[in-house]
Design a protein around this ligand. Structure first.
Ligand code: ADP
Ligand code: ADP
Ligand code: ZN
Length: 216
């Protein structure tokens, strides 16, 4: 099964993708993570996109489509993938359909995660992750069980994203409203779009997503 988690920055896509990965062995494909890895490694792609990401703009469709196209061809994706952060434009959504069809695959569910803008700003500015395993945390909503120690891997090093600041958040929310939200009708018409209440607790959101995956 292949699914898309669609929602504004901070909606909880990464959080839910990791839960699904653990529970069902599906693979999380986060284009944001892929780009950040390229930036950290200083590859030509990373050098090209760094400034744009720091300002909260979207990377070009050509770059994103070829990045996800390569990834989707890897054999591990046959286990089912969770697209997190892709597609973000109508052109990306159309290209994705084509790429999947060429491989005899399709998107089974598109799950829209709805969250108020005020809550998004709070979620993004309080977000941090484990530097070693990538587990996500929040200053207020998800603190490690033992202060300063990652629940999953025991690491004591954490990182914050340079673009998770109040100024850049505004640009990212505007990009979502203007470029990403318009792809919702594309999936609604196909009859595969479902909406979950992203304002609910992480556990409740997870239950709502599972209900969709189980066809309820
Ligand atoms: P996205 O991948 O959509 O940008 P994340 O999954 O990284 O969002 O979540 C953003 C921040 O909000 C993280 O710090 C995460 O711990 C927190 N968060 C995620 N889901 C919820 C929720 N349902 N309620 C409260 N905080 C949440
Ligand atoms: P969030 O879920 O918090 O918005 P992501 O980690 O998904 O953030 O993305 C971080 C940044 O990477 C975006 O602001 C954008 O610059 C770039 N990016 C990620 N995915 C895409 C995409 N599909 N198309 C264009 N730009 C992207
Ligand atoms: Zn960790």
């Amino acid at each position: 099964m292949n699914i898309i988690l669609l929602g504004p920055p901070g909606a909880g896509k990464g959080t839910q993708a990791k839960i699904l990965e653990r529970k069902y062995g599906m693979i999380q494909l986060s284009t944001g993570d892929m780009l950040r890895a390229a930036v950290a490694a200083g590859t030509p792609l990373g050098r090209k996109v760094k400034e744009l990401m720091d300002s909260g703009g979207l990377v070009s469709d050509d770059i994103m489509i070829s990045l996800i196209g390569e990834r989707i061809s890897q054999p591990d994706c046959a286990r089912g993938c969770i697209l997190d952060g892709f597609p973000r434009t109508t052109a990306q959504a159309e290209a994705l359909d084509k790429m999947l069809a060429e491989r005899g695959l399709k998107i089974d569910h598109v799950i829209e995660m709805k969250v108020d803008e005020d809550a998004l700003v709070k979620r993004i500015t309080g977000r941090y992750t484990c530097a070693k395993c990538g587990e996500g945390y929040h200053d207020e909503f998800k603190r490690p069980k033992k202060e300063g120690v990652c629940d999953v891997c025991g690491s004591t090093e954490f990182v914050r994203r340079p673009d998770d600041n109040p100024e850049t958040v505004k640009a990212r929310l505007a990009a979502y409203r203007e470029q990403t939200a318009p792809i919702l009708p594309f999936y609604r018409e196909k009859g595969i779009l479902r909406t979950v209440d992203g304002m609910a607790s992480m556990e409740e959101v997870s239950r709502q997503i599972e209900a969709v995956l189980n066809g309820n």
